[in-house]
Design a protein around this ligand. Structure first.
Ligand SMILES: *Cc1c(COP(=O)(O)O)cnc(C)c1O
Length: 456
């Protein structure tokens, strides 16, 4: 894909906003400062914000704030607006559906959009076996239901999650999530029958091979839980909030083989990695695995709240009628958005765009890493790329440097997100519609922020 193609894409994928970084006030500007005061007085303090500015419009690769600043978006609202913000086809589908009906409840009077989304998910997710899907609102809700389905199918209770995992903020998904602060601390007791296994983390596990790392996890499961008690293994094919950790080759296939051999349901949580983000529709495809169940959300619906569990028909259909559902699950408006977004993924070259974006980011930071030992690792697939910062002498995580680089980028009009168990990772998740020149400009700013950041 050329830069020109990408710019054309951005125009198709956004509400006609000029694709540029433009600062007309300091960040934050006066109107954002005022709104932030109102937020402090009205919104629960537990809801943090990464950026100090309020949004007014967004599309292509930019977010416009209420003071008229145009920011480069390298986060896409945490991997949500892959098709671009306010994609015209998504916006039109939402408007059209909202004018016809906004809600009947699929469990009361069903509608065809829900069925069409299920058909699309059954077709797009890995594997050509017979599948079923069920729709919900959030990623956490999809994960909760995947566990319910696995337990109903197996008649077993234990669930295996991994170090550095993130699966959401509800009670069961907090239990599955690894990191205490900010996700779990003070919110216990957590759901029982959740066990944590070691994951493959090539930078930090001494370079264990994938099969060896899987063997260590399996040993733990068999000794501490017992295969016969395990309903499900749940894992993000690339660990997201935990630091965009890409497991070593062979790790995931070995876990899938073990699950298959032991009647354990293998759940791939593709809430962050799904929908073209990694350059394939699903990250599982990179690793050659076919999960029994796949959870999806984030990038699925062009910004509307929709999530799903998709999987083998015989597992999905193990739940009695009435056992799955929810008032809003698969809302007609969100389904309309999903169908429009899926059409964009299939027809606008977004997986290829993800590849081009990733190549640019990786090349840039690998070059920098050659002369800057504070960059401990550059990793990821497609447009899901992380840079991990370390103290050069020890290799220990450097969250202070990470925070300084991110804050400096923010004040210069670039939206970047951090992540990682140790808070020492900057993650790049641009909309797949970002013009490549704009991406390069955003990376220049992050690179300069790093160069100028004082070392501890
Ligand atoms: C974001 C995320 C979730 C939770 O999704 P919500 O929509 O925030 O509930 C679950 N799993 C993974 C891998 C995620 O990245």
């Amino acid at each position: 894909m050329t830069v020109t193609d990408s710019a054309a894409l951005a125009l198709r994928g956004g509400p006609g906003l000029v694709q540029e970084r433009r600062l007309v006030t300091p960040i934050p500007g006066a109107r954002s400062v005022e709104l932030m005061e109102r937020k402090r007085a009205a919104v629960a303090g537990g809801v943090g914000t990464t950026m100090p500015v309020f949004a007014q419009a967004a599309g292509g690769g930019v977010v416009i704030d209420v003071d008229g600043n145009s920011l480069i978006d390298l986060g896409s609202g945490i991997a949500v607006t892959g098709v671009g913000n306010a994609h015209p086809a998504v916006a039109a589908a939402v408007a059209e559906q909202a004018a016809r009906f906004t809600h009947t409840c699929f469990m009361i009077t069903p509608y065809d959009g829900y069925v069409a989304v299920a058909e699309a998910l059954n077709r797009l997710t890995p594997g050509d076996h017979e599948k079923r899907s069920v729709l919900f609102n959030s990623g956490a809700e999809a994960v909760e239901n995947a566990v319910k389905i696995a337990r109903a199918h197996t008649g077993r209770q234990a669930v295996i999650a991994f170090d550095h995992a993130y699966h959401g903020r509800t009670n069961l998904t907090m239990a599955l999530t690894a990191k205490a602060v900010p996700y779990k601390s003070g919110f216990g007791p957590f759901a029982p029958e959740v066990y944590r296994a070691p994951v493959s983390y090539p930078l930090r596990d001494g370079g264990l091979s994938g099969p060896d790392a899987a063997a260590a996890a399996i040993r733990m499961i068999e000794k501490q839980v017992g295969a016969a008690n395990v309903a499900a293994i749940i894992i993000e094919p690339i660990l997201g909030e935990g630091g965009f950790i890409v497991p070593a080759d062979g790790f995931l296939p070995a876990l899938v083989d073990w699950a298959n051999a032991n009647g354990v349901v293998f759940i791939a949580d593709e809430v962050q990695t799904g929908f073209g983000r990694t350059g394939r529709m699903f990250a599982s495809e990179h690793f050659g695995i076919v999960p029994d169940l796949v959870t999806t959300a984030k990038g699925i619906a062009g910004g509307l709240p929709l999530s799903a569990v998709t999987g083998r028909a015989e597992i999905m259909d193990a739940v009695h009628a009435g056992g799955l559902g929810g008032t809003y699950g698969g809302s007609p408006v969100a389904c309309a958005a999903t169908l429009a977004a899926i059409d964009a993924f299939e027809n606008e070259g977004l997986c290829e765009a993800a590849e081009s974006i990733g190549e640019i980011i990786v090349r840039r930071f690998r070059e920098l890493a050659a002369s800057d030992p504070r960059i401990g690792d550059v990793r990821g697939l497609g447009a899901m790329i992380a840079v991990e910062f370390v103290h050069p002498e020890t290799g220990e995580p450097d969250p202070e440097l990470t925070a300084r680089v991110a804050a400096s980028a923010h004040t210069q009009g670039v939206i970047v997100l951090t992540c990682g168990t140790y808070g020492n990772v900057i993650r790049f998740l641009p909309p797949l519609t970002i013009p490549l020149e704009l991406l390069v400009e955003g990376l220049d700013i992050v690179a300069t922020a790093l160069r100028d950041a004082p070392t501890n």
